[in-house]
Design a binder for this molecule. Structure first.
Ligand code: NDP
Length: 329
């Protein structure tokens, strides 16, 4: 028997509740690899899955946790042997499939990535889906021509998970980073991560009034979407790109096409869930290489399985700073 955060749904009221319970290996879903989970983390989607489900969870009872890192315990797939350290993000694990908020998880071998050299399982979950996605965004900007010396790179939702890691990576790569935050109290945290300019959220959150403003940003990692993304498009330098990662500020895009037509601005979509294996390995290797570990350590907020119901509610309110690392043991 081992511990898991189980979300149950009451058939009559339709209400969900989450609590730590004991489950057994027989309770785990099918899959080729059983992993002794060491660490998981808390993402926005986890907040939804710990709580009312947000349409993501198929069946109850459910074990959330969209990412985890740990050690292979048993494997029916030749690519993984007992003792191998592995990371999992995406593939709807923690939503459609039971996830990482348990001391053991059973998954498809195709969904795993070997832990990159130079990272511990704890550091891998300090990175987590948020940091992995931030790296995918930086790689997409580079693939579309982002180079140092072209001007400041904007990061929106900067004090959140994606934003914190994007800020640290971009600064480490030598970019000037402008961090947008709605929480002025996070300024010293963001400056420690490498931001050279803090942009108050209110300054950039207004509806687009002019389709083009001054050419300001050489690139942007956007975790917010909505009115902020629309506004940022009109502030990009000629030919620059925005990597659209999230929707913390809304899914609508109240923009005009003028920045695309007159400034050749690119809007790059970033998806971490169905990312092909080779690009996953490339992103994790880049993380091990380009994310300064002392800055990563400064982002960590430690937690246990028991803390998850509260943390799930906090992340839905935008109240989590940096990266929560859940020690499931
Ligand atoms: P967090 O909650 O940690 O960070 C989001 C940040 O956005 C907040 O910390 C806050 O930053 C800012 N924010 C919150 N609400 C608003 C608002 N109403 N208006 C403007 N800014 C706001 O989440 P994550 O960093 O984990 O994820 C960010 C987004 O990326 C989410 O929408 C998530 O679903 C998405 N995502 C997408 C992935 C993909 O594959 N495309 C993968 C992972 C995440 P501050 O306090 O600094 O203002």
């Amino acid at each position: 028997m081992f511990n898991a955060l189980l979300v149950r749904k009451d058939d009559e009221s339709g209400k969900t509740s989450a609590a730590v319970e004991q489950i057994s290996l027989d309770d785990l879903p099918h899959g080729e690899v059983t992993v002794a989970v060491e660490y998981s983390t808390v993402n926005y989607k986890d907040g939804l899955c710990i709580g009312p489900g947000g349409g993501l969870v198929r069946n109850y009872p459910h074990v959330p946790g969209i990412d985890f890192a740990g050690t292979v315990e048993t494997s029916e797939d030749g690519r993984y042997q007992p003792g191998d350290e592995v990371v999992l993000t995406g593939w709807r694990v923690g939503e459609a499939h039971w996830g990482g908020y348990a001391q053991k998880a059973r998954v498809k071998a195709d969904w795993l990535v070997p832990l990159p050299q130079g990272l511990t399982t704890r550091q891998a979950m300090a990175v987590g889906t948020a940091g992995f996605t931030a790296m995918l965004a930086v790689m997409a900007l580079e693939d579309h021509g982002l180079k140092t010396g072209h001007g400041p790179v904007l990061v929106t939702g900067a004090a959140g998970g994606v934003g914190s890691v994007a800020t640290a990576i971009l600064a480490q790569l030598g970019h000037e980073v402008a961090a947008v935050t709605g929480r002025p109290e996070t300024e010293s945290y963001l400056r420690d991560l490498g931001a050279s300019k803090i942009v108050p959220r209110a300054e950039i959150n207004e509806t687009v009034k002019r389709p083009l403003e001054g050419e300001t940003w050489a690139g942007c990692v956007d975790a917010v979407g909505g009115a902020m993304l629309a506004r940022v498009l009109g502030q990009m330098k000629y030919g620059a790109s925005v990597a659209a990662v999230g929707l913390a500020g809304g899914a609508a895009l109240p923009a005009t096409v003028i920045p695309f037509l007159l400034r050749g601005v690119n809007l790059l979509g970033i998806d971490s869930v169905m990312q092909p294996y080779d690009n996953r390995v490339r992103a994790w290797q880049r993380i091990a290489q380009d994310l300064p570990m002392e800055k990563l350590d400064a982002m960590i907020q430690p937690a246990t399985l028991e803390d998850l119901p509260g943390l799930g509610a906090d992340i839905l309110k935008g109240q989590v700073k940096g990266r929560v690392v859940v020690d499931v043991n």
